[in-house]
Design a protein around this ligand. Structure first.
Ligand code: SF4
Length: 203
């Protein structure tokens, strides 16, 4: 049972979303603009989709490389809302598969490019939430690349989960300090960024 101080500490946690983990890894400034500045937080387009992908997932589950996860015999739940008061974290998972081999979070990605490390952090965030909600270990997640209809398995290691928790603390420090963080060192990410107008020092 939590004592009063611990309960107060949890109540005071700045609420974060799993997508903040992905965006922070992509560029810390994106999270800064979304949280510290009065810029309207956007809901992602992909949240509106998903159900119609069910059929194509059936086909993917028959792939040999995924057989060992026994996904085909698992229960599939789309758009699963997850929340952890302990982590101050929420997220809406595209798909959760619970098979005889365990729980597998699946994130849908609507772009052609291969997933970068920021997607691994997003999966780690979902894994933490699933572990807390269902009292189970999550060791593997999937990124489903919709345009290519390809599934990428991501190992969600204990270290990756620890790093995700460390990043939540770093994001909260950034929000509390209110100081603009350095830009991403990858300038190509700035080209199509919706916040490029705010980053005068980069261009
Ligand atoms: S323009 Fe570049 S530095 Fe600025 S928020 Fe976007 S990605 Fe980050």
């Amino acid at each position: 049972m939590l004592d009063t101080d611990e309960t107060t500490a949890l109540d005071n946690l700045i609420p974060l979303r799993v997508t903040d983990l992905k965006e922070y890894e992509y560029c810390p400034r994106v999270v800064f603009y979304n949280t510290v500045m009065p810029v309207e937080r956007k809901t992602t387009l992909k949240m509106e989709r998903g159900k119609d992908e069910e059929f194509r997932l059936d086909a993917l589950e028959k792939r040999r490389s995924l057989k060992r996860y026994e996904l085909a015999s698992g229960k599939r739940s789309f758009h699963v809302w997850l929340e952890s008061k302990r982590l101050g974290l929420t997220g809406k998972l595209d798909l959760l598969i619970s098979s005889p081999r365990g729980y597998f979070p699946v994130d849908f990605k609507y772009s052609q490019s291969r997933p970068h490390r920021n997607y691994a952090f997003q999966l780690a965030g979902y894994a933490l939430l699933v572990e807390e909600a269902f009292g189970a270990k999550v060791e593997t997640g999937f990124i489903y690349l919709l345009p290519a209809q390809e599934v990428v398995a991501v190992e969600v290691t204990p270290r990756l989960k620890e790093e995700a928790v460390e990043r939540l603390a770093a994001i909260r420090d950034m929000i509390k300090d209110g100081i603009l963080p350095p830009p991403t060192p990858f300038r190509n990410r700035c080209e199509d960024c919706e916040f490029r107008n705010y980053c005068g020092d980069v261009f």
